[in-house]
Design a protein around this ligand. Structure first.
Ligand code: GLN
Length: 546
């Protein structure tokens, strides 16, 4: 085999939502902290070519990489834990695999052969798994297989893993199987049977798990570990307990205590040492010992689901730790905000963030929210749609353009302050056609953002079709909303600020994607700081609630 990198495959059994992504990211962290160059890849067994067209209700947030891939939210965890960017190659779906195989078939690359799941689909999967390994950039690739072993959709992936382990040879590819050990309260017992069955299901496909990571609510006693080892054909030291943690950021330490990194390195015939996670633990200490707390309102339309704004919530955790503040995020559904209740809904908050989003639902509530916080000097942070709403609000209520709108919501408006970008006008396909990935942005001298970033030019990741309409720039600036971040090549407005306000920043890009434990995002750090100042200043003089 040409690849010199080592491979770790992570499969899941018994149930979904066991946290394969967090286990993969935690293991990667421990290996990285021993000097290995590690990356993580997620294989998703659904037919969508990428998650970009999936509703956040179904699949949580769509995470965007530097190179513009719309990916699974687990990639966000990988970046937040490792502080290393991911790319197109780190997330592959069944749709992408089939698309590629079918394109090859159309080009005649299979020379008249019948194209089949084995070997053509499995070959394509194997190739995709090895792209990162062959790049020479990594010593270890962790490949997380989405779904649960036994699912019809997962079969080609498990088969590809079986073949690849064989191709790679001894000590070059191992399988970690993540399972659940349920606790039956009535019997007062932890149960191993579901794990035995899922290991057996994996074996029916010819794959023997090397390591079991067992999700559990209670400590696994030695007799349970022995039983699991015996029935599941693994060494006792390879039965790793993954007990429920109060924060995902505890998991690397929990895995370290269990010796997951040591067992993995031994099986891969690599040297192990004591991982240096000092920086990580400094973050944890600050995160767990806040000096005070603030409450931020997160205004959006997917607020019922934690996963829909995952990166924003995590960025608040990083920024909170940096400021030694606990950030309570109160999710507020924009559809239920109106001029009459806005004070009641937002008056107690120390800061407001209007979230990214698409379509018209809940828009007017967002605009009312922006007006309220702007007029009451409450720190405001608008991301993507949240920036666009701030522009519309300002145009309507300060410039007096009462029908100012985005052509996304009201195509016939006479004041399209937010308009479709020129190069989007002929786009008809929905998937993968937005303005995506990292773009440069020049920061205006004297602006708040230039001070916050401590840089002249930044790059940030985008995912949108609409943009500030440059025709209104002069009038908006004259009225007090300044374009403080511009794309150096196109002049597109990427940031707006209201300097007369203590903190009012709207960004067309998604800073949340770049916030990591090692590098909390400066804008989130500054926003949390502003919210804290607001809280201190307004202690006891909260806006009257009616
Ligand atoms: N719907 C808006 C656009 O396409 C904003 C997108 C977003 O918030 N990610 O421009």
């Amino acid at each position: 085999m040409t690849s010199t990198a080592k491979y770790i495959f992570v499969t899941g059994g018994v149930t979904s939502s066991l946290g394969k992504g967090i286990i993969a990211a935690s293991l990667a962290k421990l290996l990285q902290a021993q000097g290995y160059r590690v990356t993580i890849q997620k294989l998703d067994p659904y037919i969508n070519v990428d998650p970009g067209t999936l509703n956040p209700y179904e699949h949580g947030e769509c995470y965007v990489t530097e190179d513009g891939a719309e990916t699974d939210l687990d990639l966000g965890h990988y970046e937040r834990f490792l502080n290393v960017p991911t790319s197109q190659a780190n997330n592959v779906t069944t749709g992408r695999i089939y698309q590629s195989v079918i394109q090859k078939e159309r080009r005649g690359e299979f020379l008249g052969k019948t194209v089949q799941v084995v070997p053509h689909i499995t070959d394509e999967i194997k190739e995709r798994i090895q792209i990162l390994g062959k790049s020479g950039d990594y010593d270890i690739i962790i490949t997380e297989i989405g779904g649960t072993v036994g699912d019809i959709e997962s079969l080609p992936y498990v088969e590809a893993v079986r073949q690849l382990r064989w191709d790679l040879g001894e000590n070059n590819g191992i399988v970690i199987h993540l399972t659940l050990i349920p606790y039956l309260a009535a019997a007062g017992e932890l149960k191993t049977k579901p794990t035995q069955h899922s290991v057996k299901t994996l074996m029916e496909s010819g794959v023997q798990a090397d390591i079991l990571v067992c999700r559990t609510e209670h400590d696994l006693p030695n007799d349970i570990r022995r039983k699991l080892a015996l029935f599941c054909n693994v060494r006792e030291e390879a039965v790793i307990q993954s007990i429920d943690a109060s924060t995902i950021y505890d998991v690397p330490n929990l895995m370290l205590e269990q010796g997951l990194d040591k067992v993995v390195l031994k099986k891969l015939a690599l040297e192990s040492s004591t991982p240096d996670i000092t920086r990580w633990n400094q973050f944890l200490t600050r995160h767990k010992n806040p000096k005070t707390e603030i409450t931020i309102g997160l205004i959006g339309k997917y607020v019922e689901l934690q996963d829909s704004y995952k990166s924003i919530l995590e960025a608040f955790i990083h920024a909170g730790a940096e400021n030694e503040v606990k950030v309570n995020v109160e999710s507020i559904h924009s559809e239920y905000i109106n001029k009459d209740n806005v004070k009641l809904k937002l008056g107690h908050l120390d800061g407001v963030l209007v979230a990214p989003g698409f379509g018209e639902r809940g828009i007017e509530g967002k605009i009312d929210a922006v007006q309220f916080v702007r007029e009451n000097n409450i720190p405001y942070f608008g991301i993507c749609l949240g920036m666009q709403m701030a522009v519309i609000e300002f145009a309507r209520n300060v410039l007096g353009l009462s029908d100012a709108d985005s052509t996304e919501m009201t195509p016939e408006t006479t004041n399209p302050v937010i308009d479709l970008m020129e190069d989007q006008k002929d786009v008809t396909d929905k998937g993968g056609t937005m303005r995506l990935g990292a773009w440069a942005c020049d920061l205006k001298i004297g602006s708040a953002v230039r001070d916050i970033y401590k840089a002249e030019t930044i790059t940030e990741r985008h995912r949108h079709r609409y943009e500030f309409n440059g025709k209104y720039k002069e009038a908006m600036e004259a009225a007090g909303m300044i374009a403080t971040g511009l794309n150096p090549d196109t002049g597109l407005v990427e940031i707006v600020e209201v300097p007369a306000h203590p903190f009012f920043v709207g960004v067309q890009y998604h800073p949340e994607y770049k916030s990591t434990v090692a590098n909390p995002h400066p804008l989130f750090v500054a926003f949390v700081k502003a919210a804290l100042s607001y809280k201190i200043k307004n202690a006891g003089v909260k806006i009257a609630q009616n």
